[in-house]
Design a protein around this ligand. Structure first.
Ligand code: GLU
Length: 427
């Protein structure tokens, strides 16, 4: 057994995200004919960084926090991936998310490796001033690892454009000049890209449309979509799908869910969430739990919350014919087996939610060139890359007679493995 298989806790948790990432890797890699040494090499994160640091609360007391940054691979370019603020963050989660970033970037053809970071914190428990101090201290702890040419962070669960702005400012103050390309997902007025905020959700829906076409499921107003998670990914996916005429029958977040067989008015739901902080209590729909949303009556299920949501336990009861993964790692390998047996088409995370990192790439390119695009250009290029990546994955699935996840992973793994082979092992 390799070290990479050991959970950081020393325990083999069944739904540990890193175990899921490794199980998916093994499933895909067995279809590929390349050296065992490269297969083994790609299982390991290249570097793992843990930092413990103090943050002064507004009441004057100092508290310790723990953060991570994992670089899974830098074979294809600088490592790229978000920063997560959540109490569920641990080293194994960050390792899994970093590995998925490597495959995601390779699959959609970006010149990046994969990374992820996170701080164990409930961001809602901090004031804005505390969140800023935590972010600036974490950013300065990351200084040995990040730069526009080595590792470029971005938002993820619990972080946003403002957090990126503080990181950009901290880095810039340290080096003595402004470096917008140090992070992506920044506010537009300091070098962010048009369309970045909406990109992941929009990309999810572009991919959903490709899958619906493959499955002969249309027109749009006959397709009922349920979305788990109403954060950056879920809410923008809902808004874009709604604008294209799809019927969003269910939406949920940490407060609970809402269902309306006639379709939710997404603009009203978003306004309600803005006002109250969650979907719970939205008046023009029935209340459902997050678990009920997963098995509700719909055609398309978009899990856009977090990993490990679709399991062997609930997979037999899912009623959707198509699952489009907005979140990273929402489906366990056991649930994948159930969906494959039941003929439910699953479009995997590394394809479906790649729109975020694709527009992050555009943002980085714009920053490096100090030449900015309009939103139509961003969306046109996003659409081109997403559709091309869907066809490539679909073709691989047919050629190897495998499901879309295995096809996406093996396409990505092959690209990274080929680059390792071309570069050779150092020294
Ligand atoms: N956190 C996002 C993801 O999981 C975006 C990463 C990025 O833009 O670097 O894909």
């Amino acid at each position: 057994m390799v070290v990479a298989y050991q959970a950081s806790t020393g325990q083999q948790k069944i739904d540990n995200p890193y175990q899921i990432a490794l199980a998916q890797y093994d499933r895909a890699a067995k279809h590929l004919n390349f050296e065992e040494s490269i297969k083994e090499y790609l299982k390991y994160p290249q570097r793992e960084f843990t930092v413990n640091f103090p943050v002064r609360r507004d009441n004057g007391q100092v508290e310790m926090f723990t953060g991570y940054r994992v670089h899974h691979s830098t074979v294809l370019g600088p490592s790229k991936g978000g920063l997560r603020y959540s109490l569920a963050v641990d080293l194994d989660e960050v390792r899994a998310l970093a590995m998925w970033m490597t495959w995601k970037c390779a699959l959609v053809g970006l010149p990046y490796g994969g990374a992820k970071g996170g701080v164990v914190v409930e961001p809602k428990s901090l004031t804005t001033a505390e969140l800023e101090r935590l972010t600036r201290r974490y950013a300065s702890e990351l200084l040995p690892l990040i730069s526009p040419h080595s590792d470029i962070p971005a938002p993820d669960m619990g972080t946003n454009a403002q957090v990126m702005a503080w990181i950009m400012d901290t880095y810039s103050m340290t080096v003595g000049y402004s470096v917008p390309a140090i992070v992506t997902g920044k506010p537009i007025n300091i070098g962010g890209s048009q369309g970045r905020n909406e990109a992941t959700g929009r990309g999810v829906i572009i991919i959903m449309e490709e899958a619906l076409q493959q499955l002969n499921m249309y027109p749009a107003n006959d397709v009922r979509v349920a979305i788990q998670g109403f954060g950056n990914v879920g809410s923008h996916a809902a808004a874009y799908a709604h604008s294209l005429g799809y019927k969003i029958v269910a939406a949920s977040d940490v407060t609970g869910g809402v269902y309306s067989a006639n379709g939710l008015d997404i603009d009203k739901v978003r306004a309600y969430v803005q006002e109250t902080g969650g979907v719970r209590g939205y008046p023009e729909a029935d209340y459902i739990t997050n678990e009920e949303l997963i098995t509700c009556d719909c055609d398309v299920l978009v899990p856009a919350a977090m990993e490990g949501q679709l399991t062997e336990r609930n997979a037999p009861h899912v009623r959707a014919k198509l699952i489009v993964e907005g979140a990273n790692g929402p489906t366990t390998p056991g649930a994948d087996d159930v969906f494959n047996d039941r003929g439910i088409h699953v479009v995997p995370d590394i394809l479906a939610n790649a729109g975020g990192v694709v527009v992050s790439y555009f943002e980085w390119v714009q920053d490096l060139q100090s030449f900015f695009w309009d939103v139509d250009e961003v969306y046109r290029q996003l659409e081109r890359i997403m559709r091309k990546s869907y066809y490539a994955t679909e073709n691989t699935a047919e050629a190897h007679n495998v499901d879309m996840r295995t096809a996406a992973q093996l396409t990505a793994i092959q690209r990274v493995a080929d680059a390792v082979k071309t570069r050779g092992f150092y020294p």
